[in-house]
Write a protein that binds this ligand. Sequence first.
Ligand SMILES: [Zn+2]
Length: 248
Amino acid sequence: MPLAPLSYLAYNTGMMRDIFFDLETKELLDQNAPDVDAAIRALHMSVGMTWCACHDKQIFHSPAALAEHLLAHERIIGFNNVHFDNAVLAWAPERPVHDTFDPVTGKHTLVKPLPDAPAELKKMLDAKSFDVLADLETRLGHRVGLAALAEGTLGKQKSASGPQAVVWNRIAALLRDKLPYALTDVGDQEGAARINELGAWFQERLEQYCYQDVVLLKKVFESGIANKRVAYIDFEGERRVVRVQWRA
Ligand SMILES: [Zn+2]
């Protein structure tokens, strides 16, 4: 089966420009794992959110669909995406197959838009990625969190944390996939409906949190372009300015 040409990935409308994204995972990363890169590859995406001028806000539950959407853009902007998100996406096993129809020849062709080899997909994603954290780490010599960066640059605070997102996803899945059936089995339809509602509420919080990080990243990035500097709150609570040379 042939790999799809890049023009196909761009939905045949020409390359589209910047896309901002973030994803949440089903498990929490064990920072003390003997091989952190292997631990990242073993994580599973729970939800991914993107924003771009061409498609606006998009939500993804499939890592392959998210990878495909990202690759349709010229530049992929994330926070720790080269080290983290791109690895999670590339090592997810699913590879979709699309049936394309050529009205001129009347022929159907099956195409696989993503390469089978995880390392190859990672390379494709990395090649288009701009990693805000990696860029700041190079300038500062240390890492800085998105929360500290958003607070220093925008005066805005993150509403939740990564560990909360992991627990919300676990609860949402449990409420959606298991408990309603247990109640339906014993004839409690109202109980099942209430559980479903609660599950949907946790799912929505998860998605809102993920999207909030996309919006914060976009605002920090745009502020960095406009002002040639961003700021973060350091571990002593001091606001520190860092010069950047980000291009629009
Ligand atoms: Zn787009």
